[in-house]
Design a protein around this ligand. Structure first.
Ligand SMILES: NC(=O)c1ccc[n+]([C@@H]2O[C@H](COP(=O)([O-])OP(=O)(O)OC[C@H]3O[C@@H](n4cnc5c(N)ncnc54)[C@H](O)[C@@H]3O)[C@@H](O)[C@H]2O)c1
Ligand SMILES: N[C@H](CO)Cc1c[nH]c[nH+]1
Ligand SMILES: [Zn+2]
Length: 425
């Protein structure tokens, strides 16, 4: 991890750049995948799966037998953990549902807004380097709460053509029945355009690698909605001298192990904590099964020492991390000053892993600085909000002159007439 001391503000943009900023080669590959799947459907999906993963599939839908077999392969302890996590996620997300409230803007003019679940949604569950069954819960629970009628799930399979049993178990727990064993850009294309076996959906959700994220962004240009660009995982830890180096190192490594393109950032007001964290990182690395991946991700990562806490807060707001951990003396007060982050973890006992799995908040979050403008997935992501209005004759009288004045001033006589014709009766 590179250490930078007091970089000039003018340099922040460069310093805070994410790895692999130039994705033109990925975009080219993905564009070809999309064109192929759109033209040739299932045949293209089969060929591309073989090409990118080496797996030859003759069908994509996970069968009832595969589902039953998977249930038997998940241990009782893991089943309990999945159920506990699912419950917490449901409790947290259920509070996001709200009843429509009718507002009377003028006597006789009633306006309201109602949420309607998006009818057809596609969930992408990453599975290239780790079977992220926790993501099933993060997407399927809010989709079900929102009332989405058709929920399709795509996830890559292993070399034997099998989907990880915990992914299937989590899907069962969330009432998802259509699971397709395809991944990458070809899965996004299949859900976007539809194929003989994969239904087309209106909106696609879920994180993924660069290929998946690019595919989502490109299908969006063709009219299919997406949740957000949720790419390689990242965490920023803001730590002062009161932070526990062991905890900070563990948090940094927890995201570095996701992928070689992950980025972790340590921002601090003192060099001594940075040095201690570096030593801890070295120590803890040796015990990790995904050490190679974490080591590569650490080469993209930085520790930045700044002059004071105000500068540190400006820097983390500029970075707009997917996850921000605040390990500082005044963590609560600092949290109040955070304007850009996907999800914030306050204090020494709030590791990001807890939000990744089970506290109840969603782990599908904007990466790559998109937290400046995007929110993470919530029930809201799965609904559209339809506005309604109902006017009585008195209500129309109360607003008529306002509308007529404005319509005529815009030169739109027909608009004005739609009101006048009713008032003339
Ligand atoms: N932002 C979030 O909320 C969030 C949440 C969880 C995971 N993540 C991120 O999701 C990512 C998961 O990535 P993953 O790779 O493990 O799984 P993945 O399922 O996203 O991608 C695997 C698929 O990518 C395709 N692929 C791989 N190499 C390719 C190539 N050279 N050309 C074309 N296609 C190729 C293959 O089809 C493969 O099946 C990680 O980067 C992780 O950090 C992000
Ligand atoms: N940290 C990931 C989001 O960036 C989510 C995840 C899933 N499993 C473990 N972690
Ligand atoms: Zn994680």
């Amino acid at each position: 991890m590179q250490i930078l001391i007091n970089p000039d503000r003018k340099e922040w943009k460069n310093v805070l750049q994410r790895p692999y900023a130039d994705n033109s080669a990925v975009l080219k590959t993905v564009q070809d995948v999309l064109t192929d799947v759109k033209a040739r459907g299932d045949e293209a999906v089969k060929e591309l799966t073989k090409k990118f993963t080496g797996v030859a599939l003759d069908r994509f839908l996970v069968s009832a037998e595969e589902n039953n077999a998977a249930e038997n392969k998940v241990t009782g302890e893991l089943k309990q953990a999945i159920q506990q996590a699912r419950k917490n996620i449901e409790v947290f997300h259920a509070k996001q549902l709200n009843e429509p409230e009718v507002i009377e803007t003028l006597p006789g003019i009633q306006c309201w807004r109602k949420s309607a679940g998006i009818e057809k949604v596609g969930l992408y569950i990453p599975g290239g380097t780790a079977p992220l069954f926790s993501t099933v819960l993060m997407l399927a629970v809010p989709a079900q709460l929102a009332g989405c009628k058709e929920i399709v799930l795509c996830t890559p399979c292993d070399k034997e053509g099998k989907v990880h049993p915990a992914i299937l178990y989590a899907a069962q727990q969330c009432g998802i029945t259509k699971v397709f064993k395809i991944g990458g850009a070809q899965a996004i294309a299949a859900m976007a355009f539809g194929t003989k076996s994969v239904p087309a959906v209106y909106k696609i959700f879920g994180p993924g690698n660069q290929y998946v994220t690019a595919a989502k962004q490109l299908v969006q240009m063709q009219g299919i909605a997406i949740d957000m660009p949720a790419g390689p995982s990242e965490v920023c830890v803001l730590a002062d001298e009161t932070a526990e180096a062991k905890f900070v190192a563990a948090d940094l490594l927890s995201q570095a192990e996701h992928g070689v393109d992950s980025q972790v950032l340590l921002v601090s007001t003192g060099l001594s904590i940075v040095n201690k964290v570096q030593q801890e990182v070295e120590k803890q690395l040796s015990n990790l099964s995904r050490k190679e991946i974490a080591v590569k991700a650490l080469t993209n990562s930085k520790a930045i020492v700044v002059n004071n806490i105000d500068e540190a807060i400006d820097l983390v707001n500029e970075y707009a991390a997917e996850h921000l951990i605040i390990s500082c003396k005044d963590a609560d007060a600092i949290a109040e000053r955070i304007t850009n982050a996907g999800s914030v973890f306050i204090g020494n006992y709030s590791p990001e892993s807890v939000g990744d799995y089970a506290s109840g908040t969603n782990h599908t979050l904007p990466t790559n600085g998109f937290a400046k403008a995007y929110s993470g997935v919530s029930v809201d992501s799965f609904v559209k909000k339809i506005t309604y209005q109902k006017l009585s004759e008195e209500g129309l009288k109360n607003i008529a002159s306002t509308v007529v004045q404005m319509a005529e001033a815009e030169g739109l006589d027909a608009h004005a007439n739609a009101v006048k014709v009713r008032m003339a009766e």
